[in-house]
Ligand binder design. Sequence first.
Ligand code: SF4
Length: 64
Amino acid sequence: MTKVCVDSALCVGHGRCYTLAPDVFDADEYGHSIVRVADVSGELEQQAVDAEQNCPERAITLSH
Ligand code: SF4
């Protein structure tokens, strides 16, 4: 399992994570990212990697 974290101090709400990985991330009322599924594998892990690589603020951390 891979653990998904978003640093809310870095997230500015571009929305790329929940667009690319809607099964892993959601938006709060301000458009900032919320982690829907914190422990991912398989398809969800692939979504999480896509989001991590595309977050302009590098606010997403994946740990194993
Ligand atoms: S892509 Fe990064 S900055 Fe944008 S909403 Fe997601 S975590 Fe926040």
